[in-house]
Design a protein around this ligand. Structure first.
Ligand code: GLN
Length: 267
């Protein structure tokens, strides 16, 4: 804890130093101190580049050539609070963490669940939503609960916690096989054409997939209990702290809840 604190302090001090460097030209620093501090946060010229997989409605999805959804609004709100401009980078889900690690993107914001394994590679912000895995089947399927997934062909999105849940023998799902898709809509399409027996995917995206494709139903059961958070490079403690500050403000002033209410179905 103490170590974390001192790293954070070092980060803040470094920001201070960058700020002071700028103030060698007094007229400039008087006008733009915040911009300089903000630019130092990401090192991408005033941008907050967020990596995501925009096929995960309601969190991130395409409308024309724009990425919209809960995470898109969170990215915009956080960027605004930090004096940065949000810019999205759309990629496969399993490319997001490597992209955060290499600095191709500043953050991963993708309905991403905090997990022990991922924490080996990135830091996570405070959590911003509770989620879980759900099962989608075709109408009239004999799969009525998780126990019925045994010996069935299950579709998942590659590299997700849903993939992990059905693939990890310790969870006892015991499927005949696991088919890994690039995204949820591809898995749903495969289910509709009877190539697979069920899809396991996050609860809210499962609702949207069922809404968007006739003939599919979501079972009520939740298989897991998960928390979404924002992935940040382990090398950028200052950005992590800044994001947590922005998230806290959004939680405290109701901004986050308003975004969630806009996109999530009322229960
Ligand atoms: N929450 C899941 C995970 O983190 C799925 C995220 C996603 O597909 N965008 O693995």
């Amino acid at each position: 804890m103490k170590k974390l604190l001192s790293i954070a302090l070092a980060g803040i001090m470094m920001l201070g130093i960058v700020g002071c460097g700028g103030s060698a030209a007094p007229e400039e620093s008087a006008e733009t101190p915040d911009t300089e501090a903000a630019a130092a946060l990401t090192g991408t010229e005033g941008k907050l580049i967020w990596g995501t997989n925009a096929a995960f409605e309601p969190y991130e999805y395409m409308e024309g050539d724009e990425v919209i959804g809960i995470d898109a609004e969170i990215a915009d709100a956080i960027a605004a609070k930090l004096g940065l401009e949000a810019q999205v980078e759309n990629m496969d889900f399993d490319a997001i963490i490597p992209s955060v690690q290499t600095g191709k993107v500043d953050i991963g914001l993708a309905g991403m669940t905090v997990s022990e394994e991922r924490l080996n590679n990135v830091n996570f912000s405070d959590t911003y939503v509770e989620a879980g895995q759900a099962i989608i089947v075709k109408e009239g399927s004999d799969i009525k609960s998780a126990a019925d997934l045994k010996d069935k062909v299950i579709g998942v999105q590659r590299g997700t916690t849903g993939d992990e849940y059905v693939s990890d023998e310790a969870n006892g799902v015991a499927p005949a096989s696991v088919e890994r898709f690039a995204n949820g809509p591809d898995a749903a399409q495969s289910l509709l054409t009877d190539k697979i027996d069920a899809v396991v995917i996050d609860n809210e995206p499962a609702k949207k997939l069922v809404e968007n494709s006739e003939g599919l139903v979501k079972l009520d059961e939740n298989l897991t209990s998960e928390q979404y958070a924002i992935a940040v490079s382990k090398d950028n403690e200052a950005l992590l702290e800044a994001i947590n500050g922005a998230l806290k403000e959004m939680k405290d002033n109701g901004e986050l809840q308003a975004i969630l209410d806009k996109y999530l179905n009322a229960e």
